[in-house]
Write a protein that binds this ligand. Structure first.
Ligand SMILES: CC(=O)N[C@H]1[C@@H](OP(=O)(O)O)O[C@H](CO)[C@@H](O)[C@@H]1O
Ligand SMILES: [Mg+2]
Length: 549
């Protein structure tokens, strides 16, 4: 096979010219932006994924086209490495350089990547591509595929799938199907078989009722949930709202991000009994949060921290019941509610660590344990099991004298270890609640969340903010952290931090304190500090209590 790098330039010039000179960066979860400017980025990511596949001796590399929880006009792209992990950090800068060079420099830049990484450009490669259901995704998918074709690589298009499905396909293919079949049916089969076995025909138990409202965020998660429902029969009664049919826009007033950040139910909620279990997933279905209304009609959130504690507590019990010698740990970010961390340390007595935002950081840390549970507060997370943990559980199940080991084995099967998977996580939560005989009241009574609030502050250049200590301390601009400390010290159980978003052009403010009023005031104070000391643009923040003035 002979490959002429001129072809890459020719494709780029003719079909995917670079329309913007604005510098863009491979962020928390790949490249994100307005869809109309992304064709050239997508084409180049097709090129890069092919190079990466050749670099990794022909292993399948995934390319997912989605802007996750962002609004409908946005799109984005993230690359999936052979083991299902996010693209290796050292290649993120290669990706950033590749999308920022001009069309004229492209050929030379590709040649540089090949040379620097000693890639055999004639070796075999395969790129798996999936997309969410944004209307511009098919156009962008073609651009990725053309990037692969320009280097004479192989491409397999999966069409509309969730992000975790694509991760699953990549891992299944690269493990010669030990993980499952790399097809949509293979994915349903793996999860549904495990779920039904764990249900064991006991659909209701104690306070647990077998019905759930599922907010699909008008995204791909809704479509796939409908497929699950068809195949699961009655093992779980699910009503899907915000299905993405008709007027509803992806993530608009619905979905996991809206429900978590706004702390209110999504639109299109039907009238339901108090304490009915509801969950929301985001636009590409890699995160999930639960919620319900109590008998006073108040909204109650069960976020990623809740899911993490539920799952870690349950797995810890299984480890103990099966008398296994396995190390279990939990990984969180600074956004984790302080009350959840206290509960993990004091009640569950599970080791907990805090890492920077972004699943790649959590996943990486979780791999240090035999059983690593990781969740972002927004509901993005999963559990990873070491090979040692898997073989230990499998042996115990085979021995036959510990019935819980059989359950444990199926639980491992139900979990999509490759990345946070909203549907797999939801099925896991349902299984645990069912086994415990719990309803949402039982679940939420484990600990009381501290009131918390997030703000987004527009600044001229969000990169003037630099942080350390898993983003909990701000080291730039100078003086900001001192002011934050001063503000926080005035609030009982106060905690706050600021960091630049890796997916939006904003600085995020997080605050928590003992009461709702204090939390709102603290968040407001910190927001003002960011505006004043980090180059805020637009009018000064108004305290919500004065909003009517
Ligand atoms: C506070 C928050 O929810 N941040 C989200 C958001 O990242 P930012 O870097 O904060 O924009 O998007 C990421 C990708 O989906 C997700 O991993 C992360 O948790
Ligand atoms: Mg997402």
């Amino acid at each position: 096979m002979s490959i002429n790098l001129r072809t890459v330039y020719a494709f780029a010039r003719e079909m995917y010219p670079k329309l913007s000179t604005e510098h863009i960066q491979y962020g928390t979860a790949g490249f994100r932006g307005k869809a109309e400017f992304l064709d050239s980025v997508m084409f180049r990511m097709g090129v890069l994924a092919t190079l990466r596949s050749r670099f990794r001796s022909g292993a399948a590399i995934g390319v997912m086209i989605t802007a996750s929880h962002n609004p409908e006009p946005d799109n984005g792209v993230k690359l999936v490495d052979p083991k299902g992990e996010m693209l290796e950090a050292s290649w993120e800068s290669i990706a950033t350089d590749l999308v920022n060079v001009s069309d004229q420099e492209l050929e030379q830049q590709v040649a540089k990547i090949i040379k620097d990484n000693n890639i055999d450009i004639t070796s075999s490669s395969i790129v798996y591509v999936g997309m969410d259901n944004r209307y511009h995704s098919p156009r962008l998918l073609k651009a990725v595929a053309d990037g692969v074709i320009a280097l004479k690589g192989n491409v397999r298009e999966y069409g509309i799938v969730t992000t975790p499905m694509l991760h699953y396909f990549v891992v299944s293919a690269n493990t010669k199907e030990a993980y499952g079949k790399p097809t949509e049916e293979g994915y349903y089969d793996k999860l549904i078989t495990a779920f039904k076995t764990l249900r064991n025909d006991q659909l209701e138990n104690g306070n647990y009722k077998n019905n759930l409202i599922f907010d699909g965020a008008n995204g791909v998660g809704a479509r796939k949930m409908l497929q699950f429902i068809k195949r699961m029969q009655n093992s779980l009664q699910v009503t899907v709202i915000n299905q993405g049919i008709g007027q509803g826009k992806i993530n608009e007033d619905c979905g996991a991000d809206y429900v978590k950040v706004q702390q209110r139910p999504p639109k299109s909620m039907p009238e339901v009994e108090p304490y009915t279990r509801c969950c929301s997933v985001d636009g590409d279905a890699d995160r999930v949060v639960y919620f319900f209304s109590n008998d006073k009609g108040e909204f109650q959130l069960l976020d990623g921290d809740r899911i993490a504690t539920l799952v870690a507590g349950y797995l810890m019990d299984l480890v103990k019941k099966c008398q296994l010698d396995l190390r279990l740990g939990l990984v969180q970010t600074a956004y984790a509610n302080g009350a959840s961390t206290d509960y993990i340390v004091n009640e569950l007595k599970v080791p907990v660590s805090c890492v920077p935002t972004g699943v790649k950081h959590l996943h990486h840390k979780a791999l240090e344990y035999d059983i690593g549970v990781y969740f972002e507060a927004n509901g993005h997370g999963t559990v990873v099991f070491s090979d040692h943990a898997k073989s230990t559980v499998a042996e115990a199940a085979k021995a036959g004298d510990k019935p819980d080991a059989k359950i444990f084995l199926k639980i491992i099967d139900l979990i999509n270890e490759t990345v946070g998977d909203a549907i797999s996580d939801m099925l896991l939560v349902e299984t645990i609640l069912n086994h415990k005989g719990w309803d949402v009241k039982d679940w939420i009574s484990t600990y009381t969340d501290l009131p918390n609030q997030q703000l987004k502050i527009k600044v001229q250049d969000r990169n003037v903010i630099a942080t350390t200590d898993a983003e909990r301390v701000c080291v730039k601009p100078e003086g900001l952290q001192i002011e934050i400390n001063k503000a926080v010290s005035n609030y009982k159980r106060g905690r706050a931090f600021v960091r630049p978003s890796g997916t939006e052009d904003v600085v995020r403010v997080y605050a928590e304190a003992n009461t709702k009023e204090d939390t709102v005031s603290l968040a407001h104070e910190i927001g003002i500090l960011v505006q004043r000391l980090a180059g805020g643009v637009g009018p000064e923040l108004v305290h919500p209590n004065n909003a009517h003035l």
